[in-house]
Design a protein around this ligand. Structure first.
Ligand code: ADP
Ligand code: ZN
Length: 206
């Protein structure tokens, strides 16, 4: 462990620790806050370090590509779309060191046990996802993943109304569905003051 002191970079330190054990990193925030960008950045660095990386996304999220995970700013990383946690686990190769998961909020609750298992097997698990739904309520299973993670990163967007720190995903179309997949066509980033929790609230359409 003395080796750790050589590095002043957290990511490098984690790499050294990889020989000992795995861990879970969770990246959460509102839409447009840079979760996917941050996930892709970490995955690219792991690949540069020649680690064996596998990346997954829920099959539901076909926003930009059926195969890649994508950020709103256009960065992409190849991934395997899966319909369930069980399917994800079925794809894990014995040699895989780093498991990336985007849109974690769309996974079933089994993802919590799966993340623990993958980390306990010695893998680095990085999961990005929305921590709140369009009503501003905790978006399961992300809260559970936050509570078991070793490392947590909260990202923020810019409020489109006032330029403040945005922590909410405002739905701009009428729908009562919890899952209404979309991007700038259906959602915008808002701060606490500018967020209106109801999809049909009058201020949405003024
Ligand atoms: P997330 O995965 O959290 O939805 P992404 O990583 O896909 O976020 O996209 C982040 C990018 O979205 C930013 O780098 C920026 O280019 C773009 N963007 C669009 N609208 C906003 C906004 N209101 N605040 C911040 N970034 C925004
Ligand atoms: Zn605002």
């Amino acid at each position: 462990m003395v080796e750790e002191l050589v590095f002043d970079n957290t990511e490098e330190r984690r790499k050294v620790r990889h020989n000992d054990t795995g861990w879970i990193e969770v990246i959460v925030g509102s839409m447009f806050s840079g979760k996917s960008e941050e996930l892709i950045r970490r995955l690219n660095r792991a690949r540069i370090a020649r680690q064996a990386v596998q990346v997954f996304k829920p099959a539901i999220d076909a926003r930009y590509s059926h195969e890649d995970i994508a950020s709103h700013s256009g960065q992409t990383h190849s991934s395997i779309p899966v319909a369930s946690t069980a399917e994800l686990l079925g794809h894990i190769l014995p040699a895989t060191q780093v498991v990336g998961i985007d849109e974690g909020q769309f996974f079933d609750v089994e993802i919590v046990g799966a993340a623990n298992r993958l980390a306990s097997e010695g893998r680095r698990v990085i999961i990005a996802g929305l921590d709140q739904d369009f009503m501003g309520k905790p978006f399961e299973p992300m809260p559970q993943l936050l509570s078991i993670a070793e490392f947590i990163t909260k990202t923020h967007a810019i409020c489109v109304k006032c330029g403040g720190t945005a922590n909410y995903s405002q739905r701009t179309v009428e729908s009562d569905q919890l899952v209404e997949v979309g991007a700038a066509d259906k959602y915008e980033a808002r701060c606490r003051r500018c967020f209106v929790p109801h999809a049909d609230a009058p201020t949405l359409h003024d």
